[in-house]
Design a protein around this ligand. Structure first.
Ligand SMILES: Cc1cc2nc3c(=O)[nH]c(=O)nc-3n(C[C@H](O)[C@H](O)[C@H](O)COP(=O)(O)OP(=O)(O)OC[C@H]3O[C@@H](n4cnc5c(N)ncnc54)[C@H](O)[C@@H]3O)c2cc1C
Length: 375
């Protein structure tokens, strides 16, 4: 029987699920977004490995104009002084149209909104109250509208408000004593890097990631620093990095924005069989494996398939599968966070030597990255 689904939040997770439901045409659904519009002018980049590209290709991702995407050939790994340590071939994971892809986040949102924008998204909606009625969930919004649905899907990000209505146990995101600073570079800004690849530079308590986001050679630049205070002036943070390599000053002349980094401490199941969580609302990761959006896409796809196939115990099957996957990604994101930020010269030397050795070992790469990318 046709089910009705309310998706709370129009980020990458919510929009991906909406696209699959739209394509399938077997269920009614609506995306409820608290903001008044989608962030279509956000220029920052996002990396998508083939586990998520494979899924997006099922909803015609290949229709995106080629100029708006990039397929980096590999990752060049440097120390903060721009001295190359080793490199990783990303093409080894590509299969036909499923290629490691970088793009602007807004390009992805623009693509995901295309088919569903007019009929299936309602803006300015925040849940005010929820209750159970005739085996369904009645959602009341703060603009006095309501919806009676079979499933509520919380896709409202790491600080999920949906959880506060349905869950007693709090799983409050924890500040990871780290800040991300981002900008878009129009040129290499004096850095000795290969613009056709992802560049990773590791320093004391900080690392930088630079990668192309389109064929115009615009580069996404993100600097992640270990830092205990959320609201420190960007200039003070940047000084810590520039001290390690004065050549970076030019990159830091651009328009910079900073974000404190959070992660969810535990992976908890939903306590209501009609309420499910996807994307960061299920589990928020550190961005050091570049998998947050990828996992948002994967989780939406997994849930869609369970709903489509009308699997009995959706809640249980979804949680078992998703938490297994999230644990794999979480372990690697946390380990990367640790090794990218080593401050002892001795430990850095051991790390660099180990990376050089391991990165060419197929068995290791297949188990560390292939397991995440190939799913
Ligand atoms: C510095 C940095 C770099 C990153 N780089 C990458 C990368 O390269 N690759 C990658 O895969 N991931 C990356 N990520 C992670 C990725 O951005 C996130 O994991 C992903 O965007 C999460 O998507 P989401 O849809 O679950 O949540 P969000 O993007 O947070 O979307 C949630 C949506 O819900 C809405 N909402 C919130 N509250 C409510 C409410 N009460 N009612 C209704 N709507 C609500 C919000 O407005 C928003 O539209 C990065 C993250 C950071 C911080």
């Amino acid at each position: 029987m046709k089910k009705k689904i309310a998706i709370i939040g129009s980020g990458i997770a919510g929009l991906t699920l909406a696209n699959f439901l739209y394509k399938d045409k077997n269920h009614d659904f609506m995306v409820y977004e608290k903001n008044e519009s989608l962030p279509l002018d956000e220029g920052y980049g996002i990396q998508l490995s083939i586990n998520s590209i494979k899924i997006l290709n099922e909803i015609n991702f290949t229709k995106i104009i080629n100029e708006q995407l990039y397929h980096p050939k590999g990752v060049d790994i440097y120390n903060i002084q721009n001295k190359k340590i080793c490199d990783l071939d990303l093409m080894q994971f590509n299969i036909n149209d499923n290629k490691y892809t970088t793009l602007q986040r807004s390009t992805l949102i623009e693509f995901l909104k295309d088919d569903i924008y007019t009929q299936h998204i309602r803006f300015g909606k925040r849940i005010k109250e929820v209750s159970e009625l005739k085996g369904k969930v009645l959602i009341k919004f703060d603009d006095n509208t309501n919806d009676l649905v079979d499933y509520v899907v919380g896709a409202d990000g790491i600080f999920s408000n949906t959880r506060t209505f349905f869950e007693k146990k709090i799983n409050k995101p924890v500040f990871k004593n780290a800040i991300a600073i981002r900008t878009i570079l129009r040129s290499k800004s004096g850095l000795e890097i290969d613009q056709s690849k992802v560049s990773l530079m590791m320093g004391n308590n900080c690392h930088l990631v630079i990668y192309p986001i389109n064929k115009k050679k615009e580069l996404n630049f993100v600097c992640i620093l270990r830092h205990k205070k959320k609201d420190t002036d960007i200039k003070i943070l940047l000084d810590k990095v520039v001290k390690q390599n004065p050549n970076l000053e030019k990159a830091f002349e651009e328009d910079l924005k900073s974000w404190p980094l959070y992660a969810t401490p535990k992976i908890l199941p939903s306590t209501n069989s009609k309420v499910l969580y996807i994307g960061d609302a299920f589990n928020g990761f550190l961005p050091t494996l570049a998998q947050g959006a990828g996992q948002s896409i994967e989780s939406a796809y997994e849930l869609f398939n369970l709903i489509k196939n009308e699997r009995g115990d959706i809640q249980n099957i979804y949680f078992q599968e998703r938490s297994k996957r999230a644990k794999i990604v979480r372990r690697r994101s946390n380990l990367n966070f640790f090794i990218f930020h080593l401050s002892s010269k001795f430990m850095q030397m051991i790390r660099n030597f180990s990376m050089k050795f391991l990165i060419k070992r197929k068995g290791f790469i297949n188990s560390y990255l292939g397991r995440v990318y190939k799913n």
